[in-house]
Design a protein around this ligand. Structure first.
Ligand code: AHR
Length: 614
């Protein structure tokens, strides 16, 4: 029985409790949410022809080379030069996208590319999306190629569903042509934005109604060394000017999905943006750690300050005006920033503190999030919490745990003992990892039990987000994930629906409640007293419990249970003979107390719920 005290409000459930954490892991960004269908569109991967192939048909004499001289963008200097010195059937250049290209019949697609013919020899090229079976989803051409770089754009309707497609360029003229930034996007991105996001994947997020979004990582922010660390300033503006960089998770990212797109997404979702910024340290696992010396940290701290100005500054500020030029004069109302991800130890504290001081000095209203190290045993193994308590320099502490379903069930009260005077907790990453690290019901149910208790401890836990958010079938580095997808479709997991149900049904307060047993709440006193001698009833009762002694003192407490620890409560007709309480015949609807306690020491009153009609 649940006894709810309606006279008090109880703990206020954090209004921002349930959110999401997006990281480009498992091709969640490039090849996933970022709707670009061409992989390595500007030939900037270490192998510039990665995902591309060239096929010289017939008896053509042709070659190709990666050039850097006089590029479209110095940020992306590589481009492809194809030279056909003798023409027969032409040259095919094809891109296999991200594990193939899927297009939908009746939908429109936007092809853009930059081309020039330095000697003016080649004027036209054809292109199509087709698969090995010869199915052609669409085909078109561009003409009027100049001696100077020119941007070409075509919007084309797809006339048949296609999977495992290739984007193919066919050159059927003799001469030289330079190609760069070859891009294919669906027109039907989220909100039909150019350089936009895949509609079905955003829809899952939109339906979840997350109250915040942490981005862009994760280990991705750290990088494997400082050269590969994520710097937000490279991710805004014309995608042509954004460099391609290694992604921590083993592939390359175009940065086409950048901080402006992340802020817009947060706005669309009604989610508070929570950017994570590199703290001047790379990934601390293995042998990777690479750190910015303290006297060189200012540049990174400036990145954080500029980010806040980019998000919130008026259009008269440097970074506010850049935001306005990108199309968003209104501020994004940033309230949080996280410094570093899963970093630990004195090197982190000293760097974090410098960020914290600078941010609080200029933007005292920004809530600064401190990250504690990863937690393989479920216990935070670094002393980050101690540092935060000592200095008081954090508004929230970000904890991560990927544990078994049993761990989640056994730790529902993890936050019962946390110090309420310190900073609040943000569980930035959690997931139950069951057998084979597969998404399953057992994991989701253990998360549900855990999350309900997180609501109960809202006075200390402010926010929580599952991780990772997306996994691409056949291309993931991590599982389980909240939402799975392939090139054509997507589906959510039980863990997603747990979050959705809880978020949609989140209350405002956790009313004070007690879980009562029948000792506290019984329909009637059935027995009178059990005491010396024998006592018997032929009435059958359900849920019979020994409740209190003759004076009304409640005995069904731990100490009394200890006294009676040899007892069991069992179904049956029960009798007491010669002061010894014992069980006799069992029947379906009766309970009995059995034990070898000498009843001469006790006088016991019994309360129970009577079976109706008896
Ligand atoms: O969610 C996957 C990874 O787990 C994150 O990048 C990192 O923060 C954690 O170790």
């Amino acid at each position: 029985v649940l006894e709810i005290d309606l006279s008090k409000k109880g703990i206020e459930i954090s209004p921002n409790l349930y959110g999401i954490f997006f990281e480009d892991i498992n091709y969640a960004g490039d090849g996933g949410l970022y709707a670009e269908l061409i992989q390595n569109r500007s030939f900037e991967f270490p192998d510039p022809m990665y995902s591309w192939s060239i096929n010289v048909m017939g008896k053509d004499k042709a070659g190709y080379v990666i050039e850097k001289k006089d590029p479209v963008s110095t940020k992306n200097p590589n481009y492809l030069r194809i030279v056909i010195s003798s023409l027969d059937k032409g040259v095919l250049l094809s891109n296999q996208g991200y594990q193939g290209i899927s297009l939908k019949k009746g939908e429109y697609y936007i092809v853009t590319l930059y081309a020039r013919s330095p000697d003016g020899s080649i004027k036209n090229i054809n292109f199509e999306v087709s698969n090995r079976k010869g199915n052609v989803a669409f085909k078109d051409f561009i003409s009027d190629i100049d001696r100077k770089w020119k941007k070409f754009e075509k919007v084309i309707m797809c006339n048949q569903d296609i999977d495992d497609g290739r984007f193919v360029i066919l050159i059927k003229e003799k001469g030289t042509v330079d190609l760069d930034f070859i891009s294919l996007f669906p027109q039907n991105t989220w909100k039909e934005r150019k350089n936009g996001l895949r509609f079905d994947l955003v829809k899952w997020l939109y339906d979840l109604k997350p109250s915040f979004m942490r981005f862009p990582g994760g280990c991705l922010v750290q990088g494997r060394n400082m050269n590969e660390a994520y710097r937000w300033k490279f991710t805004i503006g014309d995608p042509l000017e954004r460099p391609t960089i290694p992604n921590f998770w083993g592939y390359y990212q175009s940065l086409g999905l950048g901080f402006y797109e992340y802020f817009l997404l947060c706005e669309d979702l009604g989610a508070e943006p929570i950017p994570v910024i590199n703290c001047g340290m790379s990934f601390q696992g293995g042998s990777y750690t690479d750190m910015v010396p303290l006297d060189k940290l200012d540049e990174y701290i400036q990145d954080a300050l500029d980010l806040i100005e980019f998000a919130n500054g008026s259009v008269d500020t440097k970074w506010g005006s850049i935001r306005a030029k990108l199309g968003h004069p209104e501020p994004f109302n940033l309230k949080y920033i996280e410094i570093g991800n899963e970093q630990w130890g004195p090197e982190y504290y000293v760097r974090y503190e410098k960020f914290y001081d600078a941010i609080k000095k200029k933007y005292p209203y920004i809530k600064v999030i401190f990250g504690v190290g990863p937690s393989p045993s479920g216990k935070i193994f670094d002393d980050g919490w101690n540092w935060v308590k000592k200095t008081g320099k954090a508004d929230l502490v970000d904890e991560h745990y990927y544990m078994s379903p049993e761990w989640f069930l056994n730790n529902v009260d993890r936050y019962s003992t946390y110090d309420r005077k310190g900073p609040k907790v943000y569980v930035g990453e959690y997931a139950a990892h069951g057998v084979g690290r597969r998404n399953n019901l057992e994991a989701a149910l253990s998360e549900a039990a855990y999350l309900l208790n997180i609501e109960k401890y809202s006075d200390i836990v402010s926010m929580i987000s599952y991780a990772p958010l997306f996994g691409k079938e056949g291309a993931s580095q991590w599982q389980p994930n909240l939402i799975w997808f392939n090139n054509r479709s997507s589906y959510a997991t039980p863990s997603y629906y747990v979050l959705k149900i809880l978020n949609e049904n989140k209350g405002k307060y956790v009313l004070p409640f007690k879980l009562l047993t029948l000792k506290d709440k019984a329909d009637e006193v059935i027995s009178g007293m059990i005491g010396l001698g024998s006592w018997q009833t032929s009435v059958e009762y359900k849920d019979l419990r020994v409740i209190s002694n003759i004076t009304g003192e409640v005995l069904y407490k731990d100490n009394f249970i200890d006294t009676l620890k040899n007892w069991t409560i069992a179904r049956g007709i029960w009798t007491i003979k010669n002061g010894v309480f014992s069980q006799s015949t069992l029947s379906e609807n009766c309970f009995a107390l059995t034990g070898d306690v000498n009843w001469s020491n006790y006088t016991i009153q019994v309360k129970a719920r009577k079976i109706s009609g008896r």
